[in-house]
Unconditional design. Sequence first.
Length: 113
Amino acid sequence: MENLLKISEDLQGYKELVGQAAPVVAITHDMFKKEVFGDASLSGRMKRLIGVAVAVESGSFSCLVNQTKQAVGLGATKDEVMEAVSVAIAMGGTGTLQYGGLVVKVLQELGKW
């Protein structure tokens, strides 16, 4: 099975290409995300767990990997991440199960499974 963290890292190179071609897009997008995911009424960790659920429900591979990685980096446990995945599956139905499996693989690659 492929290394999902490596695939995600490779895809980030395309974001850099967009930044070179349209710097204002990359800069404002990064500033917006920094503001959104910072601690406020909800902690950054909680927001990243919400991000995991949204990524699973929407089927966004890059978001799924990055939100999981960020949540774990902010101290989220395997159980917390999988609870967020469970919410996504409850909202998205059977079709989201495969994306939940990708989160498990990311947790394995991060040594958190």
